[in-house]
Ligand binder design. Structure first.
Ligand code: N01
Length: 544
């Protein structure tokens, strides 16, 4: 490791200043009394919302639940303006939090961590930034997020493209002027489904390149009125209890009825009403939608019929409705006028299953069928999810073993919180935790509080090192698999949940599908049993 610069010594170092890092700083500094700094690669706080400012970007959790719950006063003093908040409003909220809890003085922006090595002799993490700054900390907390490593596909000829290209996850803050431009958008996941309608309204022409057709349900975004806001303020306790006790951390309950408890007519009426209401709640219409394929088929067919009814051109409608996986087996997007966008004269869909991309040329994108001339290409192609943000840093644990070696076969963690062989390294919403299957701030709060309690417990009990036991991680990995296999989620074999979107990435179902409430209970039980499954040691590592 680079030796020239002076070393800043701390109790804890946090990487990332999004929802996770901000709250982790507050908990470790202000509740546990540690010396803490946050290092953030971006020029300001916000994490995913700092980078993802693409057209149409909007959170698909409802605003009154997409926030912190740890402080009732904070919750009640903040007013959301719309059902789903966009990046500017979320960033305003996070700045408000940072100011209210005086967080900014301990955050270093424009500071990318490139290496973190565990020093066995000193029992600390030696951390280096891109600029060569050095830190050492007893505890290292990764708060880098699950979707922060942009996946730009390796399509031959990209470097030859004469126009401009962008990835939605690294969107220029000054925006992109699409006026008069022929735009090609690659990707139709949650991001592409949000961006296409907005780009289409501005561009001269938009061509959407679709590899996998996706379900989507209307978001039905709308301004929030004062009576709703008052109700939310008054119902803080009930909303907090709901998000903490539902499987996905949302403020609504999954229906208790099963799909075939009702007849076809009633089922249709239930779907119709959920469609009109909009949002992720559609998935909660029946308890068995993501558990039973025949049950799922009814929702899938309902949405496919909607697509065919909305999209006027039969060929385009057929390609959009030709969805090959169960509803919600991939992350279910919600949209504002996505399918309607294909009725515009200036929008075309290219079905990449029928005509795969061969290469990018100076003039545009060439598929097996023809060349599409373009001025701008937008890659809405997602992320090297969950493991990518961790693996792009040079993280080395005991014996100099790299995280990449430890995870060669896929991520191996206990509870998504720790990796065997990497003492005192904690990962907020790491692989193996509910994370991306939930309303993220709820999962984040649970992890941050658990990590804070664990570190406080270590200090109170004279423990120097906490490390996931290999057997516990192995058992947990088997349970993560089992939980996924009890659902329909693994049936979407091209899903990023499985790492399938990144060539060469091990196919392992990464998030924990057993539900946030069950997971929370398990984590609490582990803590109550003196951190069972974690090896807690004092003294030099060699003595353990
Ligand atoms: O990424 P994705 P995303 N050639 O991986 C296609 C969260 N999110 O950015 O399915 C052609 O889902 C790929 O095709 P396929 C949310 O958790 C939240 O949209 O791999 N196409 C797919 O269509 C979400 O799930 C919000 O066959 C290629 C698309 O690109 C996650 O972020 C909003 C390709 C990628 O879809 C990721 O969503 C937005 C190639 N080489 C996102 N490579 C909220 O509202 C990839 N594709 C909170």
């Amino acid at each position: 490791m680079h030796q020239s610069n002076p070393v800043t010594a701390l109790d804890a170092l946090v990487i990332g200043a999004g929802f996770s890092g901000l709250y982790q700083l507050h908990c470790l500094r202000d509740r546990a009394g540690l010396s803490v700094k946050v290092l953030e690669a971006g020029g300001d706080l916000g994490g995913t919302w700092y980078w993802n400012r693409y057209p149409g970007a909007r959170c698909d959790s409802e605003s009154h639940s997409y926030c912190y719950f740890f402080s009732k006063a904070l919750y009640q003093e903040w007013e959301w303006s719309e059902r789903y908040p966009g990046p500017p409003e979320i960033l305003r909220y996070l700045h408000h939090v940072a100011e209210r809890f005086d967080l900014k003085r301990d955050i270093r922006f424009d500071t990318r961590v490139v290496a973190a090595h565990y020093d066995e002799d000193e029992n600390c993490w030696q951390v280096r930034t891109e600029a060569g700054d050095r830190y050492r900390a007893t505890y290292l907390v990764s708060a880098v997020g699950c979707l922060s490593s942009a996946n730009v596909p390796d399509i031959p000829g990209l470097e030859s493209f004469a126009g401009r290209w962008y990835h939605t996850g690294e969107w220029p803050h000054e925006g992109v002027d699409f006026r008069g431009k022929r735009v090609g958008q690659v990707g139709t996941g949650s991001t592409g489904i949000q961006s296409a309608p907005v780009i289409a309204r501005e561009a001269a022409h938009l061509t959407v390149f679709q590899r996998t057709a996706q379900y989507s349900v209307p978001a039905r975004n709308a301004p929030l009125d004062e009576s709703f806001r008052r109700r939310v303020r008054e119902d803080y306790d009930a909303i907090r209890d709901a998000v903490r006790s539902t499987p996905n951390g949302h403020p609504f309950r999954i229906a208790k009825r099963s799909v075939f408890d009702v007849d076809a007519k009633e089922r249709h009426a239930i779907y119709e009403s959920a469609w009109e209401k909009g949002g992720l709640q559609f998935r909660a219409s029946f308890r068995d939608l993501v558990l039973d394929r025949t049950a799922n088929d009814t929702a899938a067919e309902f949405i496919k019929q909607k697509i065919r009814a909305i999209v006027r051109d039969p060929r385009t409608a057929a390609a959009l409705a030709d969805i090959d996986h169960p509803y919600a087996a991939k992350r279910p997007p919600i949209d504002t006028d996505y399918f309607e966008t294909f009725n515009r004269d200036n929008v075309a869909l290219v079905d990449l299953r029928a005509e795969p991309i061969e290469r990018i040329t100076p003039a545009g994108i060439r598929t097996r069928a023809r060349e599409y001339p373009l001025d701008i290409i937008v890659f809405a192609t997602g992320f090297d999810a969950m493991t990518g943000p961790l693996l792009r840093m040079d993280i080395r644990g005991r014996g100099g073993r790299t995280l990449a070696e430890a995870w060669r076969e896929g991520p191996n963690t206990y509870l998504g919180l720790q990796v065997p062989g990497f003492p005192n390294l904690f990962t907020v919403t790491g692989p193996g935790s509910p994370s991306v299957l939930t309303n993220m701030p709820v999962a984040i709060e649970q992890h941050v509080e658990w990590i804070t309690d664990c570190i406080s417990w270590m200090r109170a009990n004279g423990v120097d090192r906490c490390e996931a036991a290999p057997e516990a991680a192995e058992r947990w990995g088997a349970h993560v698999n089992e939980a996924a296999n009890a659902t329909l989620l693994p049936l979407a074999t091209h899903s990023w949940y499985l790492g399938a979107n990144v060539p060469g990435k091990p196919r392992v179902f990464m998030p924990y599908a057993g539900g946030l409430a069950r997971y929370r209970a398990h984590c609490d039980d582990v803590a109550a049993k003196g951190y069972e499954g974690f090896v807690m040691c004092s003294g030099k590592p060699s003595a353990s």
